[in-house]
Design a protein around this ligand. Structure first.
Ligand code: GSH
Length: 232
């Protein structure tokens, strides 16, 4: 049995975006059944969790009978696609190299730039600092997105002539951009994004995550216990 780790609850801006949706999405694409293990904040930061599952106390983690657990959403997506032999090109081919390239580019060159905007909008309190930083990070994010759109060059798929993990990862990462209205000036990229997210495997992944979050409350995450432990 495959188990994907997910949060019991997440704030509204993150519902549907928590990175376990990537693991659920690729598993749905390849048709492998899985169960979800919901965790709270103290569990994620426990020595047991960090030692056995995710050294940074984060999620997702993919656990499977007879195999060591895999963490990092990108690694999980690649691992599942490679083992299933689907959506990632054949080993040793230019398609495989291109698929790997776009997954890494998404995680390494796109997500951090978009996260800078998310940090301003969702995590900073000081209005003066936010006002100074916002135009800088928004400009950088829009530039990077525009370059991505240029590289897509009107194609339906980033690699070859069908859906791959490149489309999955880039569309997943672009959810942050969409939520932050950074795609408004890039209607063709926004349309591509919508078309990838409309895949049933993604729709189910997102709906399942949102439903679990809706069934829980912030109290279920036990943040205060974690704060006490950290303060102790
Ligand atoms: N690079 C990691 C990032 C993992 C990550 O930041 N996960 C978030 C949820 S989307 C998390 O666990 N946050 C809780 C925390 O960092 O304490 C990945 O892609 O798996």
């Amino acid at each position: 049995m495959i188990i994907v780790t997910a949060m019991k609850w997440a704030p509204p801006f993150a519902a549907g975006q928590v990175r376990d949706h990537r693991a659920r999405w690729i598993l749905n694409e390849v048709g492998w059944p899985y169960e979800v293990r919901l965790v709270d904040a103290p569990t994620m930061k426990s020595a047991e969790y960090c030692g056995a599952l995710q050294p940074f106390g984060q999620l997702p983690v993919l656990q499977e009978d007879g195999r060591p657990p895999v963490f990092e959403s990108g690694a999980i997506v690649l691992d599942v696609a490679m083992r299933a032999g689907r959506f990632i090109g054949a080993e040793g081919t230019p398609e495989r190299a291109a698929a790997l390239q776009w997954v890494i580019a998404g995680l390494n060159s796109l997500e951090p730039v978009l996260f800078n905007v998310a940090e301003v909008e969702y995590f900073m309190d000081d209005e003066e600092v936010k006002t100074a930083r916002r135009p800088v990070v928004v400009r950088q994010a829009k530039e990077r997105l525009s370059m991505l759109e240029h590289a897509r060059a009107g194609r339906d798929w980033f690699v070859g002539d069908g859906f791959t993990v490149a489309d999955l990862m880039l569309a997943s990462i672009l959810k942050i951009a969409d939520r932050l209205s950074l795609l408004d000036e890039l209607p063709a990229l926004a349309a591509w994004h919508r078309s990838i997210l409309a895949r049933p495997a993604h729709v189910r992944a997102e709906e399942d995550q949102k439903a679990e979050i809706a069934r829980h409350t912030p109290a279920d995450m036990r943040y205060s216990e974690l704060a006490q432990q950290e303060g102790a």
